[in-house]
Design a protein around this ligand. Sequence first.
Ligand code: FCB
Length: 458
Amino acid sequence: MFHRFMSYLQEIVIRAMRHYNRFDFPSDFAWGTGTSAYQVEGAWDKDGKGESIWDRFSHTPGKVKDGDTGDFACDHYYRYPDDLLLAKKLNLNSYRFSISWPRVQPDGRGEFNPKGLDFYDRVIDECLKNGITPFVTLYHWDLPQALEDIGGWGNRDVCKYFAVYAAKCVERYGDRVKFWTTFNEPWCTSFLGYENGYHAPGKKDVQLAARVAHNLLLAHGMAAIAMRTAAAKPIDVGIVLNLSITEPMNAGDANDCNLAETAWRRECGAYLDPLFRGTYPADHAAKIGDLHDDDLKVINQKLDFLGINFYSRNLVSKSEIKHPLPNSSYTDMGWEVTPWSLRTLLTRIYNEYDKPKLYVTENGASYDDTVDADGRIVDTKRLDYIRAHVKEVALTIKSGVPIHGYFAWSLMDNFEWAEGYSRRFGIVHVDFATQKRTVKDSGRWFAETANRNRVCLN
Ligand code: FCB
């Protein structure tokens, strides 16, 4: 009797604590998931689509793990109505996806492809039909191969072509799409695509990569101007950056702290300074080589929002760092799980760069999932990862730094670039042999959280 009474009491205390310790997100908080065209669409050569650098790269033996390609991917080109219905069932009010430039303009300049343009009309209309706000990215890495053939992002002319394409998209979809992102993670395009060659187009040229980074920012600025001119009604123009905060290995060590500070100023500053202040960090301009007088003015356009993609921190030390660290855990990508760093990062950007309107546009984890005998996917590690980061977003808001939305990466398992299909990031499982979608436990938790619009901070 006494025991029963005590456990009853305990239950009441736990519930009260949960209630007290819960965080309610703002009523207009964006709950979403993200995908990108090449990673999910498939239909790589259908309905007049042009070849992209990722088509060329994945078709080149040895570039992608197991020879995987995005030729079919999640077959989203044909299955988008079901996928968006699923997003609705997951209680998501927002969806971040990208337009494939070569699908709508096969050569990246000149003629547009009516069937490609129609496809995104349908995707957008389907979002709206399901009560989902579309967040459109114009460039998530699939440059038309025809433009790579004239030098790709190393050629300043490509910036002009991008601005024309961007304006066309706004003209066409701007009546229904408010939120526009020019680029997804320019650092990845520059570094992985042109410096270490791990991503398309697979170039390895340090100087070229520095020019590419600059040209991407320039293209962002030129596109922002062109998009605002083309818009029949007001649109929000933003950019999405992957900025991992650099932390010192030993917070008590002055050398380590200096290294972390320098890394922040150089690495994150290389993108944030030109975008928000119209300047480059000291010494940076020299690396670019081809900096024209007005470039920084063009880059420094008003940003209606800034999207942050976050997966892990960067760790620095004067002494060698040996991963895995004894008390840390890692995802299957080998990325250390450090949810607290997300709050540090968001707070720092907000305070140092003029209080931008911030969204977490990507966050998630790759773990190897197993499908139970009863068809269930118990992805506890991914659920814990997402929950821990959502809590950090809540704590960030609570501390006075407004965050306007959180997009889990990804709606579903998909083509993870050079890792092919070997890495699963979805909150929905995809059986690539049958294209069957199954909501994982992480997806269920996310749906419930989005629906309640709150998270428990215990
Ligand atoms: C980001 C990319 C996204 C996905 C995740 C895991 O860098 O933007 O497409 O690959 O990483």
